[in-house]
Write a protein that binds this ligand. Sequence first.
Ligand code: HEC
Ligand code: HEC
Length: 286
Amino acid sequence: MRNLPPKMTTNAPGRAGSLLLALLAVGGPALGSGRPPKTGSAEPGMRTYSPPDHPPPEPAATPELMQMGERVYKGACLGCHGEKGDGEGREGKYLPIPPRNFTVGQFTLRTTPSGSLPRGTDLFRTIRRGIRPDIDMASFTFLSDREVWAVIAYVRTFSPRWKEEKPGEPVVIAEPPPQTRPMVEAGRKVFMDTGCFACHGEQGRGDGPAAAALTYDSGLPVKPANLTRPDWFKGGPTATDVYRTFITGMDGTPMPSFADSLSEEQRWQLVYFVLSLGKPETSAQK
Ligand code: HEC
Ligand code: HEC
C-alpha cells in the first residue's frame, strides 16, 4: 500500500483545471497523465456516505446528456476503465487495485442491498468524492454536476443489467445508539464469532489467516480492509457508514453481506468495535 499523501506532483491540471485540460492530457503515455487532483478526498468530513447528502436531481437521459457522458468518459475515465468499460484501460491494467469492470454491473459502494444495483446517487457520490486517498480513482471535483450525471448515464450503457433491473431500495439504518464500553467489548466477540477476523485479522490490520488467498470475483487478488484506518474506509468512517458496509456487503469482492446473520444489537456492537480499532494509537502505525 502506498503512503500518504498520494502523489501530488502529477502533471494533472490544477484544481481549477477544466475538463478540456483533462481531455488534452488523455492519451499521453505516462501513467497518471490526465489524472485530476485529489483535493476532494483530502477534505475531512467529505467522505461519509451518510446524510446530510443531497446530490442534485438526476436529469433526463436525453441524447445531449448521453453525448456529454461519452465525452466526459472518454476524457476522464477511459484511461483506467477502458473503452469497453471492462476495466482494461491502458493505465488501469497496471494499477494495484483494478478499476471496476462496468460490463459486469456490480458495484461495491451502495446504499442498496447485496446483489442489487446502486442508486444514481450512490454513483454520484463515488465519482464526486473519489474512493480512497491512495486509490487512483480520484474525486472528480472538476466535473460539473451535470457532467457527473452524464457520465453515470454513459457508464450504465456498459452492462445490460441496467436495462433489466431497477436499483435496490436503500437499506434502512436506525439512529446509532450511544456508544458504551460494554458494547465495544461485546463487539469483539461478534467480530470473532462471525469470522470477520479470518480476513481482517484479530487486530483488524487486514492480515487474518484467510487474507492472503482472497480474490475478487474476477480472480484478481484483493486485500481485506485495514480496519485500523477508518479514515480510509471507502464506504465512509461514521458508525452509520460502517453499519451500511457490512449490511450491504461489497459486491464482487470477498466482503460479504451480514444482513441475515446479525441482530440489530450485535450490529451496533460490531460497529463500535470496528471503530475502536482505529484509535489514534493504532491508526498511526499504518
Ligand atoms: C486513474 C484510474 C481511474 C480513473 C481515471 C477513473 N477511475 Fe473509476 N475506478 C478506478 C479504480 C482503481 C476503481 C476501483 C476502486 C476499488 O475497488 O476500490 C474504480 C472504481 C470506480 C467505480 C465503482 C465504485 C463501486 O461502487 O464499486 C465507479 C462507478 C467509477 N470508478 C467511475 C469512474 C468514472 C465515472 C470515471 C471518470 C469520470 C472514473 N471512474 C475514472 C480507477 C479509475
Ligand atoms: C472473506 C473475507 C472477509 C470477511 C469474512 C469479512 N470481510 Fe470485511 N472486507 C473484506 C475485503 C476483501 C474488504 C475490502 C474490499 C474492497 O476494498 O474492495 C473488506 C472491507 C471491509 C470494510 C471496509 C470497507 C470500506 O469502507 O473500505 C469493513 C468496515 C469491513 N470489511 C468489515 C467487516 C466486518 C465487520 C466483518 C465481519 C462481520 C467482515 N468485514 C468480514 C473481506 C472480508
